[in-house]
Design a protein around this ligand. Structure first.
Ligand code: GCU
Length: 335
């Protein structure tokens, strides 16, 4: 009987407690975010893109007074890049940072930004991404199910192999090379006479270890972060591709937000991108130093051989950029 009365008393206070907590009168710490969003990232916790994601989440929390909380999941906890993009399209995941090789299926035109030997150097790529062309490519994702927010750095990609070094384009012939799950990347290996092995990033180490791939290709930071140097010690500086990374949000999530919140997200994404870029070069240098110290053999092709790699990949422009050749010329002309 007494218990029933105590329970009834508690119930009578419930509306008051709900009201107080709704008005924030039960203390600031009790305030509950209006939105809790997920963010997919396939790199390790200390990798520059993950650091950028964490900075993004922090900035958004600050600028929305805690109304928007973003939970960053590194190490592909939410699935591979390909599956994260799919989940974003249906609103199962709210944000992701992905390689353009994974996102370009959503905008055929965006492939122009990752063509082999397109940029003279990193500064050239950043002038393109930060200028009108970068904006035009972001706009080309309209209607794809994801909204691009900013560009992140991913350095330059190089081949690496398990049992023999690649010194000339001919050396790729007959080798099984792991690539991202993307047609352009597979064709690039075919142009060199190799056999493409498309796999998610998380599976590369074991593919190299078990021999289902004889080599792979990526930047210094990824080669080191995923410990690929332990199983593939020949790293060839052919510098075939700069593939920008993108921070994206699901269209489903975007549509729920007010214009003000969208503006905050864009600003914070831009700021986090500048932060990621500021971390990139030193991470890449320290990764290189570390793997060299651990026994990686670095092959630097002569300018003539580099030109031959470039020529071998030229047919890809015709196949993938037919309607966009004018845009390619515009990119080449950017200072
Ligand atoms: C880079 C990129 C990853 C991508 C990976 C890959 O490391 O940052 O997002 O998944 O390349 O080769 O798959």
């Amino acid at each position: 009987m007494r218990e029933r009365r105590a329970f009834a008393a508690l119930l009578s206070f419930l509306p008051l407690m709900l009201c107080l907590s709704g008005c924030g009168l039960l203390g600031r710490h009790a305030s509950v975010p209006e939105y809790v969003f997920t963010y997919a990232e396939n790199q390790t916790s200390d990798y520059p893109t993950t650091q950028g994601a964490k900075r993004f989440a922090e900035l958004v929390r600050e600028r929305t007074g805690g109304r928007i909380e973003i939970r960053v999941h590194p190490n592909a906890e939410l699935g591979s890049e390909v599956s994260s993009v799919e989940q974003l399209r249906f609103g199962g995941i709210d944000f992701a940072r992905v390689s353009l090789s994974t996102a370009n299926v959503l905008s055929p035109k965006s492939i122009v930004l990752q063509m082999p030997y397109l940029y003279r150097d990193s500064a050239h790529m950043w002038s393109v991404l930060n200028g009108e062309i970068g904006q035009e490519i972001m706009a080309s994702f309209d209607g794809s199910g994801v909204v691009p927010l900013s560009w992140y750095d991913a350095g330059v990609r190089n081949f690496y192999t398990v049992s023999r070094p690649i010194e000339r384009p001919e050396d790729v012939s007959g080798l099984k090379i792991r690539v991202q799950e993307n047609d352009l990347m597979q064709d690039m290996v075919r142009e060199l006479g190799g056999i493409p092995v498309p796999l998610p990033y998380e599976d590369v180490y074991s593919a190299l270890q078990t021999g289902s791939a004889d080599g792979a290709e990526n930047n210094w930071s990824s080669y080191e972060a995923m410990r690929h140097n332990e199983v593939a010690k020949y790293y060839t500086l052919d510098e075939h591709m700069r593939v920008p990374e993108m921070q994206i949000i699901s269209q489903v999530t975007w549509d729920k937000l007010s214009d003000g919140d969208r503006r905050i997200l864009r600003e914070c994404a831009e700021e986090s991108a500048r932060y990621e870029q500021s971390l990139w070069q030193s991470r890449s240098d320290s990764a290189e130093e570390k793997v060299r110290g651990e026994g990686t053999v670095v092959i630097v092709p002569s300018p003539e051989e580099k030109l031959r790699f470039r020529q071998a990949m030229e047919p890809l422009y015709e196949k993938y950029c037919g309607p966009y050749m004018e845009l390619i010329r515009k990119i080449e002309a950017v200072d």
